[in-house]
Design a protein around this ligand. Structure first.
Ligand code: SF4
Ligand code: SF4
Length: 252
């Protein structure tokens, strides 16, 4: 998704126009917080209005969930979504938008994911978007305080692979030794070859002492579009490649 001055381009060929006020709006736009499905079916017309001055951010999740539900009904009734314009589709209008407002941008990311063709594509988009956000935090801001290949938590140890390892039990006669084994997805240049969202969400004691903790309920896309069981797997499927996690999410 990329933002221009007067339009926001979404995926799947959709875009939204940014307006300064309500005066330039077509009369029959549908307010995103107050959608009447009966009217849409009667008029067979769907063009959205999102006015951030009127939207309560505490309701973003509820509004997005409802919009996803309504989009399914619209598709079942074979009603066209948006209006075709120059080989693209105008999905609607955004008013009182502040491009630096993270919550508003997250809401628009939610709108973007709703209008994917199917559930797998939506999950794939959400997965990549959240991973990118987490990578920007971890790598972009060096949250783990890597220095000379050692992270903050492992500063006084010999480990140079952060937390990308697990213990493997080895039988030595009657004894069991615990070997620290690097994760098989760790690449030669110490990056993750698995794009594992659960690992990216993990925060150790060192990070938590710094006040850094990623909670699924604080990430609008994850909190809105996944059910409690899916959220459990998103949190705990560490050491697992993206494809396996998506596959699991699809059957839950
Ligand atoms: S999460 Fe903690 S243990 Fe893992 S790399 Fe970061 S600082 Fe190190
Ligand atoms: S899957 Fe997890 S533990 Fe393995 S390399 Fe990726 S981030 Fe590290």
């Amino acid at each position: 998704m990329n933002s221009l001055k007067t339009t926001i381009n979404l995926d799947n060929n959709y875009y939204m126009k940014i307006l300064d006020n309500n005066n330039d709006l077509p009369l029959d736009v549908i307010n995103v917080e107050n959608i009447n499905i009966i009217n849409i079916i009667k008029k067979r017309y769907f063009l959205l209005k999102i006015d951030f001055d009127c939207l309560n951010k505490n309701l973003y999740k509820k509004i997005l969930k409802r919009l996803l539900f309504i989009k399914r009904i619209i598709l079942k009734n074979r009603i066209e979504i948006g209006v075709s314009e120059n080989s693209k589709k105008l999905l609607g209008y955004i008013i009182n938008y502040d491009k630096n407002n993270i919550e508003q941008n997250n809401f628009i990311l939610g709108i973007n994911s709703i209008f994917y063709d199917n559930r797998y594509q939506r999950y794939n988009n959400i997965y990549d978007t959240v991973c990118k956000y987490l990578d920007n935090h971890f790598y972009g801001k060096n949250l783990c305080d890597f220095k000379d290949s050692k992270c903050g938590e492992k500063r006084n140890t010999t480990s140079t692979i952060g937390c990308c390892h697990h213990y493997r039990n080895k039988l030595l006669g009657p004894l069991i030794s615990h070997n620290l084994t690097p994760c098989k997805y760790l690449t030669e240049n110490y990056t993750c070859g698995a794009q594992c969202i659960s690992c990216k969400l993990f925060t150790c004691d060192y990070l938590e002492k710094k006040g850094i903790k990623f909670k699924i309920k604080d990430i609008l896309l994850l909190d809105t579009f996944f059910n409690p069981i899916q959220k459990y797997f998103i949190k705990y499927m560490v050491f697992t490649p993206k494809e396996k996690i998506l596959k699991r999410l699809m059957i839950l």
